[in-house]
Ligand binder design. Structure first.
Ligand SMILES: Nc1ncnc2c1ncn2[C@@H]1O[C@H](COP(=O)(O)OP(=O)(O)OP(=O)(O)O)[C@@H](O)[C@H]1O
Length: 633
């Protein structure tokens, strides 16, 4: 095979195997291990610098390549001027004899070296920097947000949080890209052009300097406005996503109350705010464009006119005029691009700043610095003077003290809003209590690691929401390393196995592979509850919390599940919240909460004998529920 064909074949096989791409793409690992911080930098450049650490080496390569490519471009223009002068100097044969080799070398440089330099420059920017920088920020920002507490999420729209986490990374990537692609190049280009003009004829510098001052002024005017305008537009976009996602996730309520128009109006308000902020932003670009065209007109007429005037007075060669003309025309074309690059840099920084409002929030609920894993022995729970009002004066819990012995099964009863769920959420440390302590086996839960605490507690909630994944994934969420048999046994115990086998989703996945829809909406309330129960059975944690666990079940299934639940309770410390008193009457002890305080504490028969709140609940029950009028009192 001729050598040329071998080279071509090799080149294509190289491309085919993407070796070159892989080389540049792997220059940085966006998933480089790092130590998450509880207090991320809140200043823009400190934030970017923090996230840029793995990229320092690539930044240096990108900076160097950018300068080299700019220098080559300027050199080319300069060389075109020189060629005009050389061609003017004598007849063709003479010129070729004297400059032939130089011209061939220049041609080879343009054909071979320049493309290689460009490829390296572009590959660093396109393959190493842009995708990896965005990925690193997306990965770390999501990790940071996921560390926030339940309470933090409750205070914002999920859509807005998600929008900020997804909108910030590409903006940060674009901003860094602009620094190297355009801004470094532009600075090198303008400086190089000035030096060239200086060398050609120092007087040519004058119009260019005048133009530079005006251009700098226009740039400053634009930059000052673009950042805040873009931040406001990004904020408005996040608001739109927040509102729209809120409507979508609550689509049942929207339809039920026939509030289509109201929801549309709610969204329109935010959408229109986006339009207004966008319009303001675009006005800046329009003014900038008009000013730039005017300025560039001045530049062309100034430099070329000046060069012609010098040539007329024999102060400059034709080559100088040609080089000056080429340079200004190129500058004319480039300035729009530079202006666009610089403004898009600041525009992207505005978006990053908006996203930082979410990404850089300090993590309020953290493991104590010396936190150790919870060591469970017996499962004793001691609650001491626990007070939590969610930062208000009322609601939540007020000085609750409660001791739960190892293996004791305690029912918690109370009117709606009495503080039952708050007690459980504090036990799980979803919030830090405003005052008071909870100890498990003598260890303050605020001083053990959160993962070990939550690993020791299994909870079935009133309305368990599932992940939009397969039934299998949902059950295994309780214990990902469980075997197939263990998973099926748990599903059987939760009376779920039979209906799971009948499931099929629209994509044709059946049984345990069927997807359950967002939050599990494709299952009935009772089915969802049984899958959630299977998940908890699999988790098999030493402390069991049941928050209205069987309220979504029909009485037949409930009776069957109740057996399972009693079986699960064996050897565990149990806290069971229930409005349906029949489900907890047989527990060891019943605690009655009222307006955030413990008002009664004893066995079912003791409390009935006391004739207090519990007795009145029990007496008013029809079918085992606390009377509605009682709850409303
Ligand atoms: N995230 C929250 N932020 C602010 N206040 C809250 C929050 N969660 C609950 N509350 C308030 O704390 C009080 C107790 O609520 P909690 O959910 O503990 O009651 P509950 O006894 O579980 O009620 P239910 O039986 O209706 O579930 C209520 O007044 C409620 O408004």
């Amino acid at each position: 095979m001729p050598i040329k064909r071998v080279i071509i074949c090799n080149f294509f096989s190289l491309l085919k195997s993407f070796v070159m791409f892989r080389f540049f793409e792997n220059l940085v690992d966006p998933y480089t291990p790092y130590k998450p911080t509880d207090t991320p930098p809140t200043k823009l450049f400190a934030f970017l610098w923090d996230y840029s650490q793995p990229f320092k080496r690539v930044f240096i390569y990108a900076g160097i390549m950018s300068v080299i490519v700019a220098a080559v471009e300027i050199g080319l223009i300069f060389y075109m001027g020189r060629i005009v002068d050389v061609l003017n100097a004598g007849d063709a044969a003479e010129v070729w004899a004297q400059y032939g080799t130089e011209i061939i070398l220049a041609a080879l440089f343009i054909l071979l070296v320049r493309p290689v330099l460009q490829v390296v420059d572009v590959a660093i920017l396109n393959q190493s920097l842009l995708p990896n920088f965005g990925t690193l920020i997306r990965w770390r920002a999501h990790g940071q947000v996921m560390r926030q507490s339940v309470g933090w999420f409750e205070n914002d729209f999920a859509g807005r949080i998600a929008n900020r986490v997804t909108q910030t990374p590409p903006a940060a990537g674009e901003a860094i890209f602009q620094v190297f692609d355009a801004i470094t190049f532009a600075i090198a280009y303008v400086v190089g052009a000035a030096v060239l003009l200086w060398n050609a004829d120092v007087r040519l510098m004058l119009p260019m300097l005048g133009w530079l001052v005006l251009y700098g002024w226009l740039l400053r005017w634009t930059i000052k406005r673009v950042g805040p305008a873009s931040q406001a537009a990004a904020d408005a976009r996040s608001k739109v996503t927040g509102r729209i996602v809120d409507s979508y996730t609550n689509i049942h309520s929207v339809k039920l109350f026939a509030h289509h128009d109201r929801e549309m109006a709610y969204a329109k308000e935010a959408i229109d705010e986006t339009r207004e902020t966008f319009l303001k932003e675009m006005r800046i670009y329009t003014v900038m464009d008009i000013s730039l065209v005017t300025l560039n007109g001045l530049l062309i007429v100034g430099v070329v006119g000046w060069a012609i005037a010098l040539w007329m007075n024999a102060g400059a060669s034709v080559g100088v005029v040609a080089a000056a003309t080429a340079l200004t025309l190129r500058l004319n074309a480039m300035t729009g691009w530079i202006m666009w690059a610089v403004t898009s840099f600041f525009r992207n920084l505005g978006i990053v700043q908006e996203g930082m409002q979410t990404i850089t929030r300090p993590i309020a609920l953290v493991d104590a610095p010396d936190a150790k894993p919870l060591e469970l022995s017996t499962g004793t729970i001691e609650i001491d003077e626990l007070t939590h009002h969610y930062g208000r004066d009322v609601g939540g819990l007020d000085s609750v003290s409660l001791n739960i012995r190892p293996g004791e099964k305690v029912g918690i009863v109370g009117r709606s809003g009495a503080g039952k769920s708050t007690l459980v959420k504090l036990l799980l440390r979803f919030y830090d209590a405003e005052s008071g302590t909870i100890r498990i086996d003598g260890q303050d839960i605020a001083r053990v690691t959160q993962d070990s605490l939550r690993g020791a507690i299994a909870m079935v909630q009133q309305d368990s929401s599932l992940m939009h994944r397969s039934v299998r994934d949902n059950i295994l969420y309780g214990r990902p390393d469980a075997t197939e048999e263990e998973m099926i046994r748990a599903a059987r115990q939760a009376e779920a196995h039979a209906f799971i086998l009948d499931l099929e989703d629209p994509e044709g996945r059946k049984g345990y592979e069927a997807q359950v829809g967002e939050r599990g909406v494709k299952l009935s309330g009772g089915q969802r509850q049984r899958v959630a129960l299977a998940r908890v059975i699999l988790k098999d944690a030493p402390i069991l919390v049941l928050d209205e666990a069987t309220s979504a079940l029909d009485s037949e299934v409930e009776a069957a599940i109740q057996e399972t639940l009693y079986g699960m309770m064996a050897g565990k410390t149990v806290i069971a919240i229930a409005h349906r008193l029949s489900t907890i009457a047989q527990l060891d002890r019943i605690v009655v909460l009222d307006a955030g305080r413990v008002v009664e504490d004893g066995t079912h028969s003791e409390l009935l004998a006391q004739g207090g709140l519990y007795a009145s609940f029990w007496n008013r029950q029809s079918g085992g529920f606390i009377g509605i009028e009682e709850a409303a009192e």
